[in-house]
Design a protein around this ligand. Sequence first.
Ligand code: PLP
Length: 395
Amino acid sequence: MMSAFLSQISETLEGIKADGLWKTEREITVAQGARTQVGDREVINLCANNYLGLANHPALIDAAKTAMDNHGYGMASVRFICGTQDLHRDLERKLAQFLGHDDTILFAACFDANAAVFEPLLGPEDAIISDSLNHASIIDGIRLCKAKRYRYANSDMADLEAKLQAARNDGARHVMIATDGVFSMDGYLAKLTEIRALADKYDAQLMVDDCHATGFMGPNGAGTPAHAGIHADIVTGTLGKAMGGAIGGYIAASQPVIDLMRQRARPYLFSNALPPSVVAAGLTAIDLVEQGDDLRKQLFENTVYWRAGLEKLGFDLLPGEHPIVPVMLYDAVKAQDMAARLFELGVLVSGFFFPVVPKGQARIRTQMNAALTRADLDAALAAFEQAGRDTGVLS
Ligand SMILES: *Cc1c(COP(=O)(O)O)cnc(C)c1O
């Protein structure tokens, strides 16, 4: 029995390797930062979601240490039994204020927030209309919900409207549109102004997952809805990217939605509360973000400089304003060769290829952050030029 089971798994593993889809993990031996260390090699890190460079910020480390002294290490409870400290509610209120919603509710991660958010709100009489490039956690959250599902082609507003009409024609009671604020393989922003207008036209709710935007996109870093000048009915997000980069997710919405989540959301009711160190550092991260105009300025200056440098070298980039800057190699093997060569040259990047991106659309996704210096960027550009020549990407 057991051996047939394990040999089947081994076959699957061999298949993953044979398809060239095997993922390996590099072990970083120091803190996450603009420069980091993998084994004994120091590398410039261009693949962390550390947009504001807060992942190793002394103020966050201090806040976490102080909270451990005052509030202990772990909660050993879900929130509703005995896992809620004053800090948890402080963070929920502060996040709500920062994002411009009535209230928020914390989760262990945004993956959990997205797994949680749909099921209590929508039933079989309702409809969810989802962008085809939405994050895996949105897709899984929608699977856990009984609402009828519709999918529109990425950022295709005519297709979204067709799906809204279909949902209305099918007699949906409530309709919800779900989209990423930023599509993370391309760095493209969702067309939130147009999506909001269509949501209003068809009386639909708008849910935005803003993981790759909160903290740095829009005025005060309040995210893509603020950037587009619209209000999303529901926003999910993470503390694991720009907001310090540790862990933790949340839903922000109107009071009744959050109240119902506290009663019904399964990843909230049946999973441990965030530890006080993470919650306290989250409070400090919001302070830094609210006073973070200089960090955001640095981030976007770096992004402009990096883009211009790569273009000048002759690389093919996807257009955009987001600190995600994808370098298109199209061919999966080329993307892997280029990433491997860059690592030898002291630059940490990741190649992305099918099935993460469509076939023939392989790329190296570079990500800027505010902690990278001009010297880091110049060194990384020199490495890209060298690696580009060595792999035949540049002539
Ligand atoms: C990173 C990410 C998540 C998951 O967030 P975690 O807090 O790491 O679980 C969800 N949605 C999107 C769009 C993301 O980029």
